[in-house]
Ligand binder design. Structure first.
Ligand code: SF4
Length: 356
């Protein structure tokens, strides 16, 4: 069993069931989720008998860190699962003046992805399997340990000992095809006696798995939608999942979500040359998003060898953003961090391909 598969309450029940003090659960959570100690033998305030029980019954982490590669403002991590699947995680470092919480972790929820978006390297790998709760949490804990040992300039946040300020489920895979595990991960990581990150600091990015959206009506978790075009036909061409979950229904589901939660939605829009960068696109976008509270994030396309799509030139980006200004559509132009490392949006999976 992996300790990181379990909620605090479940661990307490296991301890009680084995005639051990349930209060130990606080201490163990403190060691693992606050001090990033992953060896029960080092947990000095736990009795020898209890440590033996833990060692006999649990492992803590279910991933092995194979490689980390530093870029200017990103570090990419390649992990291996016990059954030899490779997954990638990206640490994004904001400039000093940008944010107090400078570290964001882009985490994977599946090995590969079944959705096969035309612009995405992960989709081209195909689908291997959903990641377990422990495999998702292990990405975060191993990166926290890496920061603790190697990036000493990043002070822990507030009373917490964690370094990472935000978690985004935008790595490999579609999180809403692994919702049960993703929700359990969030439940574990938001526990105040452990990692203690607020739901508002967690974003789930989805290609638009409509029936799963309503599972977030009662939480503070932020939702991001991979939109990329306001036209149903084009969306179907670049995101096959759009054939099943169509744009009008997706927008209706988002409106319902927003009526209940009053939370702003983020739309991701990858800029692809000659595909979604014309005034016609802007006019349709305006119609599609009217009545919604939203952020529109523009990201220039990161080329991958398996696709013929091209990014926009500087001049074309300027032209597109001036069209958005002209039609009063607010946007943020994101610099795609990590594209040289194959750590940019849509590029996860290339590291393994490149190394193999
Ligand atoms: S963009 Fe996201 S949903 Fe689409 S194939 Fe890539 S990982 Fe899957």
């Amino acid at each position: 069993m992996y300790f990181t598969d379990f909620l605090f309450k479940e661990i307490k029940d296991i301890l009680i069931g084995n005639n051990l003090s349930p209060n130990r659960a606080y201490q163990i959570f403190n060691w693992i989720y606050r001090k990033f100690v992953f060896d029960f033998s080092e947990m000095s305030d736990i009795s020898k008998k209890e440590r033996e029980f833990l060692n006999e019954n649990f492992n803590i982490l279910s991933l092995e860190l194979v490689e980390s590669i530093n870029g200017d403002d990103t570090i990419k991590f390649l992990f291996k699962t016990k059954d030899e699947n490779f997954i990638e995680t990206v640490l994004i470092i904001a400039p000093k003046n940008e944010d107090n919480e400078r570290l964001t972790l882009c985490i994977s929820s599946q090995a590969g992805c079944p959705l096969d978006c035309e612009f995405c390297a992960t989709g081209k790998i195909g689908f291997k399997r959903n990641l377990s709760v422990s495999e998702i949490i292990s990405q975060l804990l191993l990166v926290e340990k890496f920061i603790l040992l190697n990036l000493k300039e990043f002070k822990p946040l507030g009373e917490n000992l964690r370094h990472i300020g935000n978690i985004v489920f935008m790595g490999m895979g579609e999180p809403l095809l692994n919702t049960e595990n993703v929700l359990k991960v969030i439940n574990i990581l938001t526990f105040s006696g452990g990692y203690n990150i607020g739901e508002r600091h967690i974003t789930i990015s989805t290609a638009g798995i409509i029936p799963e959206i309503e599972r977030f009506l009662n939480s503070q978790i932020r939702l991001a939608i991979s939109l990329h075009t306001p036209f149903q036909e084009i969306r179907e061409q670049i995101m096959p999942v759009a054939k099943k979950y169509k744009l009008p229904e997706l927008i209706d589901a988002i409106k319902y979500y927003q009526n209940i939660t009053e939370r702003r939605i983020t739309f991701e829009y990858i800029l692809i040359n000659e595909l979604n960068d014309s005034e016609k696109d802007v006019i349709e976008l305006k119609k599609l998003l009217s009545g919604l509270k939203y952020n529109l994030n523009l990201i220039n396309y990161n080329p991958i060898p398996q696709s013929n799509f091209k990014p926009l030139s500087e001049e074309k980006i300027k032209n597109f953003t001036s069209l958005l200004d002209k039609h009063s559509i607010p946007y943020v132009l994101r610099k795609s961090k990590g594209s040289k490392l194959y750590a940019g949006c849509g590029q996860l999976g290339l590291l393994k391909l490149k190394n193999s």
